[in-house]
Design a protein. Structure first.
Ligand code: SF4
Ligand code: FES
Length: 390
């Protein structure tokens, strides 16, 4: 009988856990969960060979092992360093780590534009989250930022190279789950860029998964571009009987009313595509881009979203409304007009079917419908409370 493999004991931020030999520090920390887990911008557990590029997961090893308890001289990338028995690791309890991570974020933001207000990834961007936790309020960088010639990589995916942090995840997706990789990182150093090199369109059945693994807004869904902010949509879990070999058929639909704005693979708590029966739940381009009707899917129920995510904002299952005080102090005038932007903005008018537009939505798409709901509101209020003086 083979000898039983002895687990290694590792302590991360004063919390101990037993893990199998060969486990990386990052995965051991994920088993503990919570704040102890270092952020990871390039590592992706479902993509072989990923990690070791971005340095956001740096940790301090205060003791290498029971056999050799000397500290490691430099911070190490937790996604690429395996645990040893008796290892002691510091993540959020180390000032050195926090300082280094702040520096890494500053480097990542040297060239990344701060265009979150117009970026479709806003609200689900890992760099945005990292920026909130570790970013500085202003930049020290005074030189010209990298710019790239705009490149068309096909009908479904929009490439914004200025936002790319060169994590290589999309190239691993192309290598490992599509049968013909036509893109990669070309050039080196400051000129390094994701490109199809000869602007060859990426049209593989599974190419859409590159959008899901991209941690920033460098690869976004063209069919969803500028149609809505993610936090205004309602994510639900759904499945369909997909016949494309390799497609799990399980997805998240992002709805507004009954309109399906976009379809993505289902994500886990680390922002990675979930696994089913030991297989990663990648979805094919037919499910992602062509099945945009709720009738194409069997809806299972609301997607569970972390309560820290902006996507979960205003989507409570049970909500106890606070007492309305503005109405009281304003002598009965309802505060609706002042405070409820949804009532005066037609952007969320369910009569406009943005998902059916073959292009990003424009201001003119809302113009027709913005026939003064403000005035109707006002008339209604005046009928109820009489004219208010200015
Ligand atoms: S495009 Fe996105 S996934 Fe690809 S290397 Fe750049 S940041 Fe990473
Ligand atoms: S996640 Fe470890 S180096 Fe990027």
């Amino acid at each position: 009988m083979a000898d039983e493999v002895k687990n290694f004991k590792v302590t991360i931020d004063n919390i101990s856990i037993d893990v199998a030999p060969g486990t990386t520090i990052l995965n051991a920390a994920r088993m503990i969960g919570g704040d102890v887990t270092p952020p990871a911008m390039c590592y992706y557990s479902k993509l072989q060979g990923s990690g070791g590029k971005c340095r956001t997961c740096l940790v301090e090893v205060a003791a290498g092992s029971t056999a050799d308890p000397r500290p490691m001289p430099k911070l190490v990338a937790s996604c690429r360093t395996t645990v040893m028995d008796g290892m002691i690791v510091k993540n959020i309890t180390s000032d050195k780590v926090i300082d280094a991570r702040n520096g890494v974020v500053e480097f990542l933001l040297i060239n990344h534009p701060l265009d979150c207000p117009i970026c479709d990834q806003a609200g689900e961007c890992h760099l945005q989250d990292l920026g909130y936790d570790h970013g500085k309020e202003s930049t020290r960088y005074k030189f010209a930022r990298r710019t790239f010639v705009r490149e068309d990589i096909g009908p479904y995916i929009q490439l914004h190279m200025t936002r790319c942090i060169l994590c290589y995840r999309c190239t691993y997706v192309a290598d490992q789950i599509t049968n013909k990789r036509v893109h990669g990182v070309v050039d080196r150093g400051d000129h390094a860029a994701i490109s199809t090199y000869i602007s060859k369109a990426i049209d593989n059945d599974f190419s859409g998964n590159m959008i899901d693994v991209c941690p920033v807004g460098a690869l976004t869904d063209k069919t969803f571009r500028f149609k809505n902010r993610v936090w205004f949509t309602k994510p639900v879990d759904a499945h369909r009987n997909c016949e494309t070999p390799g497609c799990c058929g399980k997805a998240t639909l992002w709805l507004r009313g009954d309109e399906v704005f976009r379809v993505t693979a289902r994500k886990d708590q680390w922002g990675e595509v979930q696994s089913y029966d030991g297989k990663t739940g990648w979805i094919c381009n037919t499910c992602r881009f062509d099945k945009k009707k709720t009738s194409d899917w069997i809806v299972e129920g609301l997607t569970s979203i972390s309560r820290h995510s902006v996507i979960g904002a205003n989507k409570y299952k049970t909500l106890e409304m606070p007492h309305e005080t503005v109405q009281k102090v304003m002598h009965g005038v309802r505060p609706k007009l002042l405070m409820d932007i949804h009532n005066v903005s037609e952007v969320n008018n369910p009569n406009i079917h943005l998902s059916e537009l073959e292009r990003p939505a424009k201001g003119t798409d809302f113009k027709k419908a913005s026939q003064h709901p403000v005035n109707e509101d006002k008339a209604e209020q005046e009928a109820q409370f009489g004219k208010t003086e200015k």
